[in-house]
Design a protein around this ligand. Structure first.
Ligand code: MG
Ligand code: ZN
Length: 377
């Protein structure tokens, strides 16, 4: 049988069209993959101390505006078992994030043999990024300390304060004046901060122009900052906004750690209103970080917690032995931490790394993966 030349030509045409379409589809896919794995310029790591899924849930039930947690598409879970116990504390929990190691409860930036391990903040500072820390605890408390200090015990507050003076930090805000100014060794580390190039303010978040060449230290309470219930106001969102403003002036990008420190303290106190007020303040601050990241398009935002505190439950009310499903009653099962898996929310370039279920110290690995940075030898 004679083949039909026109039909053959049409067929060849169709095949080449399909091939061209497949090739271009491939290249579009390739572009998408490449852009989605492009390293972020900036990382904002936000830690709600003691903020398990139930604490996060309070942001959906106890305010009239939509929670900023709604804005995340990439969500995972981490398991936070430390090397020494079944349930973690905040030092071991934060060191897992900051340095990528499973260590013992109480460890600040050291492994289980008390050997100092480089932190993400130090590694990024070495690589040219600027760095910042904002917390509602004292700035030498376990969570922020784990990013810049290396001590065998979280209780070595004065030594941690000394280490902060010489750490590669460009901006910090929180409480803790006493650990710099009223020390057992009678040394004045406020002066030392100034000698190291910090503009120090112990009265308020001054609105003066943020000079790119300067470092800023805001120490606004003797120890922890006041509770929201005691009128802390917008310290956390405002300090975070100032940190973003200052750090984003640096062309090489930044690493910023923001801690909602007192969600944990409300849990230890079994004070539901304390937990809720602190969570809503943290939620508001997350909103600012996401606004920055949405505009910037080059910032990875990660929100998580070190552990859950209080075994918080949001249950239906019980009236005369009957469930009243029209009412949510917060209650606690402990004044301590719990072992519940902890949610991780991520936004921006590299966010897809944070999906799935993994160990807490893998958050460090995932930040490095996102940055395409190797762990220190
Ligand atoms: Mg903390
Ligand atoms: Zn705690």
């Amino acid at each position: 049988m004679r083949t039909h030349p026109t039909k053959n030509k049409k067929l060849t045409c169709l095949i080449s069209l399909i091939v061209v379409l497949m090739l271009s589809a491939c290249s579009i896919n390739k572009d998408l993959t490449e852009s989605s794995i492009k390293p972020p310029k900036n990382i904002i790591l936000m830690i709600g101390d003691g903020m398990g899924l139930t604490q996060v849930s309070t942001a959906f039930y106890y305010q009239d505006i939509p929670s900023n947690f709604n804005r995340f598409k990439y969500i995972g879970l981490h398991q936070n078992t430390p090397s020494s116990h079944k349930v973690t504390d905040s030092a071991s929990g934060a060191t897992a994030f900051s340095a990528g190691v499973k260590t013992y409860n109480g460890a600040i930036g050291v492994d289980q043999d008390t050997v100092a391990v480089p932190t993400i903040l130090e590694m990024m500072a070495n690589g040219g990024w600027s760095t910042g820390l904002v917390a509602t605890s004292s700035i030498v408390h376990a969570t922020p300390a784990s990013f810049y200090a290396h001590t065998a015990s979280r209780n070595s507050y004065e030594e941690i304060a000394r280490q902060l003076v010489y750490a590669p930090v460009n901006f910090f805000a929180g409480g803790g004046i006493q650990f710099f100014a009223e020390r057992s060794d009678n040394l004045n580390y406020i002066d030392s901060l100034e000698q190291e190039g910090f503009e120090v303010d112990t009265t308020n978040l001054s609105t003066s122009r943020l000079d790119i060449t300067k470092k800023y230290a805001y120490l606004l309470a003797p120890d922890g900052m006041p509770k929201m219930q005691e009128g802390r106001g917008d310290f956390l969102p405002n300090a975070t906004q100032m940190a973003l403003k200052h750090l984003s002036q640096h062309e090489d990008g930044f690493f910023l750690m923001v801690e909602g420190s007192q969600i944990d303290w409300g849990g230890h106190n079994n004070d539901a209103n304390y937990v809720i007020q602190e969570t809503l303040d943290f939620d508001k601050t997350i909103g600012l970080a996401l606004d920055f990241a949405e505009k910037d398009q080059n910032t990875l935002v990660i929100v998580t917690a070190d552990h859950e505190t209080g075994g918080l439950s949001l249950s239906a009310a019980t009236i005369f032995g009957q469930g009243d499903y029209s009412k949510i009653i917060p209650s606690f099962s402990t004044g301590n931490h719990s072992a519940a898996l902890i949610p991780v929310f991520a936004y921006g370039p590299g966010a897809e790394h944070f999906m799935g279920i993994y160990q807490n110290h893998e958050i460090f690995d995932k930040m490095l993966q996102a940055l395409k940075m190797d762990a220190a030898p």
